[in-house]
Design a protein around this ligand. Structure first.
Ligand code: HH2
Length: 301
């Protein structure tokens, strides 16, 4: 593969994430009764802990723990309930000596703060610092943060989304989020960006904003930050592949993971760690540098 742009993201406690050689795999642990992808499977802490530990054994580079579904139409979860779901999972993973860094998937600074105290090392904020206290917290703690593109709250985000040019719109919104983060004192090296596939993007009616974004990831890389991409099991993959049910979307998810890795993504947020890791390792071993020539010099060219 052509060299991916390299980044070193410092982690609290002296470690770091080396982003570059191949896309890192972030395994998803949703401690929720209603996530679209695994709704209810990991709601009891024991199953969530087991899933996190298994993903780490399978080779996940990061584990993303969340206690609030952000699927289309989802209602916000009270903070106390979000904490009740995630904190025991984080604490037990730490007690079990998990070495894989854990991110907390939350939009709320108080949940993020409690999660960092319980051992999380990164914040994954799908709302890109919508809670004003979040930017302060991340800056003070010196932890990395994922800023994702979310044009409106999950409850209404799929109500008639519209873009003249989705790549420019997402790029501009991510640049603005990055600038807000820098303004709050978050170090540039701690900021990762994410186009938010499936979040307020059009799918299914002949317009596939998610595929357009996947095809244009290099445009977003020009912002100068590592890119996180979460395509795994999402509805647009069902629409484009014909895999209507979530359970049937592994192959489409792997295809999207490969597209993202070849386009230069640094972190892939996925539900199926082992197969994705096998796929990206294979992709990383290939050298597609001749492909452009093959595409542009076919018969008749
Ligand atoms: N997608 C989901 C949740 N968090 N975070 C980032 N950075 N990027 C994503 O694409 C992303 C995310 C939605 O997926 P899932 O967690 O499986 O579902 P739910 O929100 O229903 O819990």
């Amino acid at each position: 593969m052509p060299p991916r742009r390299r980044f070193t993201v410092p982690l609290p406690g002296g470690g770091s994430l080396a982003l570059g050689d191949r896309a890192l795999i972030m395994g998803v642990v949703n401690v929720t009764p209603d996530s679209f992808s695994d709704g209810g499977r990991l709601v009891d802490p024991g199953s969530a802990i087991e899933a996190g530990a298994r993903m780490a054994d399978e080779g996940a580079d990061l584990i993303d723990v969340g206690g609030e579904s952000t699927r289309p139409g989802a209602e916000p979860v009270p903070r106390a309930e979000e904490m009740r779901r995630v904190l025991p999972v984080l604490a037990t993973l730490r007690e079990h000596g998990l070495r894989t860094p854990v991110s907390i998937d939350t939009r709320h600074a108080d949940v993020a703060e409690a999660a960092l105290d319980a051992g999380a090392a990164l914040v994954n904020d799908v709302s890109a610092l919508s809670d004003p206290a979040m930017a302060r917290l991340v800056a003070e703690r010196g932890v990395p943060v994922v800023l994702m593109h979310l044009p409106s709250p999950p409850r209404v985000m799929q109500v008639d989304p519209h873009y003249d040019d989705v790549v420019s719109a997402v790029g501009e919104a991510l640049a603005a989020a990055r600038d807000r983060a820098l303004g709050a004192g978050i170090a540039p090296a701690q900021i990762l960006l994410d186009p938010g596939l499936g979040f307020g993007k059009r799918t299914g009616a002949g317009v596939e904003d998610n595929l357009t974004l996947l095809s244009h990831l290099p445009h977003l890389l020009r912002l100068g930050h590592p890119l996180v991409v979460g395509a795994s099991r999402k509805r647009f993959l069902g629409n484009v592949s014909g895999a209507a049910s979530v359970e049937k979307r592994l192959a489409a998810s792997l295809a999207a993971a490969l597209a993202a890795t070849w386009a230069g993504a640094h972190v892939l947020r996925v539900h199926d760690v082992e197969p994705t890791l096998h796929a990206v390792r294979t992709a990383a071993a290939l050298d597609p540098s001749e492909w452009n020539a093959a595409w542009s010099t076919g018969p008749g060219a």
